[in-house]
Design a protein around this ligand. Structure first.
Ligand SMILES: Nc1ncnc2c1ncn2[C@@H]1O[C@H](COP(=O)(O)OP(=O)(O)OP(=O)(O)O)[C@@H](O)[C@H]1O
Length: 331
């Protein structure tokens, strides 16, 4: 079969992301060199196909969240499709229990399962995910609607830890076309298909079904790519600010806590990042904007107020010009 433009683009994207570190590029030996996270949907099925066409030894991992009737059959079918492409494939059933909303709970169970398989079967290898430019645009829009800062507006990174997202530059229509070109029938996740007035559906599905199409209709077809570009720009900005904040934290740190005067004279974007990092180092869980504002007030709006209570039982207190973060002692 002649290579079609979208298949060529998909294969090139896989090659590019793996070439950066040389990971997954070796093909000798019988052991898989990388994990492909495959739901059976168009994006990840196209990804699995491009990995196979590149001749890479991949292990397709299909996570069965067990949340919809027939999910085991859907997972089995996806695994069979991947085997048909020439990849090894496993189905991993998980129990979704974590708190924080059903989507977040499923995501954390999925990532834990993917990491588990990687550690056991493909140690040191990358995990490839099928997120596309459209997923990135949705992520940025959702973050904007939450009033997030640069870190969340930076969307999903192309590479972090073991995770790789080769298709962040491809449109969803392209992954669908890759599947069509290769005669693959992807699974259509019913929760992705929110109707235009899909109140009550997952927010991401509603953004996909109605918000982004409306933005495209009014603002033009370049909107998804523009949102994805915003993510890239803000990722660079955020990385620079994080680096400056790390330097500030190192300079402000002392045996009795952080030097408040040094923190106070720093720009707010740098100071807040330094405070967030200090709280994380003290063992605090994820800070909300309210926690961060309380912490910041101890530095720049000091009027003798009491300590700020942070997640994880961490207590931040101002004493004698120092900000002290108390980590609770284990019982
Ligand atoms: N059940 C699953 N098993 C393995 N990997 C998964 C599963 N669900 C999602 N993934 C991985 O996470 C990526 C993003 O999933 P998500 O559900 O957010 O997007 P999607 O647009 O529905 O993707 P896809 O079309 O590949 O299903 C997928 O492309 C895939 O790599």
């Amino acid at each position: 079969m002649l290579p079609t433009p979208d298949v060529v683009a998909g294969r090139r994207a896989v090659r590019a992301v793996l070439a950066v570190e040389g990971d997954g590029a070796e093909t000798e030996g019988a052991r898989p060199r990388l994990v492909v996270a495959c739901s059976g949907g168009a994006d990840s099925l196209a990804l699995a196909a491009c990995v196979a066409l590149e001749g890479l030894r991949g292990l397709a991992v299909v996570v069965d969240h067990g949340l919809q009737p027939g999910s085991a059959d859907v997972a089995q079918r996806a695994a069979d499709q991947c085997r048909g492409l020439g990849l090894d494939a496993v189905v991993v059933p998980v129990v979704v229990t974590a708190s924080g909303g059903p989507e977040a709970a499923a995501r954390s169970a999925r990532y834990a399962a993917l990491e588990g398989v990687r550690a056991e079967r493909v140690p040191g290898g990358p995990i490839l995910l099928g997120h596309t430019l459209d997923d990135q645009a949705e992520t940025v829009l959702l973050a904007l609607a939450r009033g997030s800062g640069a870190r969340a507006l930076a969307g999903m990174p192309a590479a972090r830890g073991s995770l790789r997202r080769p298709f962040l530059g491809l449109r969803r229509a392209q992954t669908e076309q890759i599947c069509a070109d290769l005669g693959l029938t992807p699974w259509q996740d019913p929760t992705n298909a929110a109707p235009a007035d899909g109140a009550g559906w997952p927010l991401r599905s509603q953004v996909r079904a109605s918000v982004l199409p409306e933005l495209v209709r009014v603002l033009g077809p370049g909107v998804p790519a523009a949102l994805a570009r915003t993510a890239v720009l803000l990722r660079d900005d955020d990385a620079a600010l994080e680096e400056i904040a790390d330097e500030l934290r190192a300079r402000a740190a002392g045996a009795e806590g952080l030097d408040v005067a040094l923190l106070a004279e720093a720009p707010p974007a740098v100071r807040r990042r330094a405070l967030r990092a200090a709280a994380a180092a003290a063992g605090a869980g994820a800070l909300t904007q309210v926690h961060l504002a309380q912490l910041d007030a101890l530095v720049v709006a000091w009027h003798g107020q009491g300590p700020a209570h942070l997640p994880g039982g961490v207590r931040a207190q101002r004493t004698c010009g120092r900000l002290v973060l108390h980590t609770p002692t284990p019982a």
